[in-house]
Design a protein around this ligand. Structure first.
Ligand code: GAP
Length: 513
């Protein structure tokens, strides 16, 4: 079986080869941690965004969506705490001159320990076969328990040192764990320092009138500053939510792992405004709702887990990540944060404007508390794409590469393939495309043998291939091939719309939440 690194390399090369993701400005040798989405990637990304928007905005009558500007008044970032506290602890290796995030070095070390637990499980599962009880094994095996204790105590210490801003202890931890630079192999480290992640820019034409701005590092603040505008114009009653998708920018120190950590990326965030004191209840509710959204896509329940934060951001009284099993291990995919009244309270102070809600039931005004759900669209793309990419051994000793993207998210829903380029078959195929294209993207492909065309569609995740052949001329039927099972059915042309809709219709998917 291919190792994780090979699988990840395959994901990256497949994304490029099939028009999903290209490195930004590649002809100039690219820009580190910035990527462009190609013709298939843009469609998949759009479909993920829509799936989120429909679940959050369309299906909740108390959540509305906005689209705030990327540029914001610079005081926004003073009020939000980003100017003072949006830092990453960084450390340099003196030999390779490479810069790392100190917390990521430690977390990678812990991931290796967790990898050892997975290996123990795999070994035991092989040894005990059908009688293997994984839960029991994880609870009782001394080696596993030892690894677990070690991993937990490292993370606890890291969390505590970061919370106390004890950067000397973070360095001490790196040294005690014997962490070496992945490039030079040396353990010759500098001290750990804080580094602000916001990109600065200027607004205005002349040097003396220009204003220093930041590119927004999160979309959330565009929602906070519009809280009253939306509440008043939409006559919203608490609890209510404001959702938004859009670009965010962070000058990440460790920009690696493809689109997992980018310098320009897209977020899908929702702030839920609630009565103070109800935050625990809404925190639990939104953790469950968001996990339900993920599970509805059918990527596999075992791919997700919650990670409750030990170290809380400056604005939160509780926070958890939904982690996903990426090819490089479990990592954060989405955050659910109980943000208290920190943001609205702080914007009140800095702007001098009241940001309060008059609660008719309580007959008083207050600054609402906020429960936030925040997911990276690019990270979600990577979760879908990497788990969908599969190599299958076929009966005839060949392999096929197939992207088993959930049909609702697939860039193209169907491809229409005339068996030959003559005898009127292309005309019928074009007619089918013309009929179906009103509802979703449909491709037409007449080049090469039909088997190769199937493979090409498998590789971009098209759920259905429709083949037009000579029998079509006689009785109006076509074959429809299902991507995942490769099963083929002979059906009437008229039935195509219903068969495809059944699998790609968003309602079928969202109803699973
Ligand atoms: N408003 C809260 C907030 O921004 P965050 O945990 O910093 O919280 C939320 O970010 C989500 O945004 C993360 O869970 C991740 O999916 C995504 N994200 C954050 N930084 C990213 C980066 N550099 N590249 C890609 N996605 C990123």
């Amino acid at each position: 079986m291919a190792n994780q690194e090979d699988i990840f390399k395959k994901v990256i090369s497949h994304a490029k080869e099939y028009g999903f993701i290209f490195q930004s400005s590649e002809i100039y040798d690219g820009l580190s941690a910035v990527y462009d989405y190609g013709q298939n990637g843009a469609e998949l990304k759009k479909n993920i965004r829509e799936y989120w928007w429909q679940a959050m905005v369309q299906l909740n009558d108390n959540i509305v969506g906005i689209d705030a500007a990327i540029f914001m008044h610079p005081t926004t970032w003073k009020a939000s705490g980003h100017v003072d506290a949006f830092n990453d602890p960084l450390i340099d290796n003196k030999d390779s001159k490479k810069r790392y995030r100190a917390d990521v070095l430690v977390e990678d070390h812990v991931a290796k320990i967790e990898g050892k637990i997975d290996k123990e499980v795999a070994k035991a599962s092989k040894r005990f076969g059908d009688t293997f009880d994984k839960e029991q094994f994880l609870k009782t095996n001394p080696r596993v328990l030892d690894y677990r204790t070690k991993a937990n105590s490292i993370l606890k210490r890291l969390g505590k040192s970061l919370e106390n801003e004890d950067l000397a202890d973070v360095k001490a931890l790196i040294e005690e764990l014997g962490i070496a630079c992945p490039i030079s192999g040396s353990k010759n480290w500098t001290d750990v320092k804080q580094f602000n992640l916001m990109f600065g820019t200027k607004l205005g034409a002349t040097a003396d009138s220009a204003m220093d701005l930041y590119l927004r590092p999160e979309t959330a603040q565009g929602i906070f500053v519009n809280f009253l505008n939306v509440q008043k114009t939409g006559r919203m009653k608490i609890p209510f939510g404001i959702a938004q998708t859009g670009k965010a920018f962070r000058n990440e120190i460790v920009a690696r792992q493809f689109i997992f950590r980018m310098r320009e990326f897209e977020q899908m965030e929702m702030q839920y405004f609630i009565k103070p004191g109800t935050q625990k209840e809404w925190y639990d509710t939104w953790k469950e709702k968001r996990l339900g959204w993920h599970l509805s896509l059918g990527l596999g329940e075992e791919k997700y887990r919650f990670h409750n934060h030990e170290k809380l951001a400056h604005y939160a009284d509780a926070a958890a990540d939904i982690e996903f099993k990426f090819p490089f291990g479990f990592k954060e995919l989405e955050g659910i944060h109980s943000r208290t009244d920190f943001d609205l309270g702080s914007h009140e102070k800095f702007s001098g404007k009241k940001l309060q809600y008059f609660d008719p039931e309580e007959n008083k005004s207050y600054v609402p508390y906020v429960l936030e759900t925040s997911i990276g669209l690019d990270r979600m793309f990577l979760a879908v794409f990497s788990s969908a990419l599969q190599e299958e051994e076929l009966d005839n000793n060949t392999t096929r590469t197939v992207l088993k993207i959930p049909a609702v998210l697939a860039p193209t829903k169907a491809a229409v393939l005339p068996l030959l380029k003559r005898d009127g078959l292309p005309e019928i195929a074009h007619n089918i495309v013309d009929e179906l294209k009103w509802d979703y993207n449909v491709a037409y492909d007449e080049k090469d043998a039909v088997g190769r065309r199937y493979r090409r569609q498998d590789a971009v995740g098209t759920p259905f291939c429709i083949t037009v052949d000579h029998q079509t001329l006689e009785d109006g039927t076509v074959t429809i091939r299902h991507r995942d099972t490769m099963e083929q059915q002979r059906v009437a042309q008229k039935a195509l719309k219903d068969i495809i809709s059944k699998e790609v219709d968003v309602r079928q998917w969202l109803q699973r939440i």
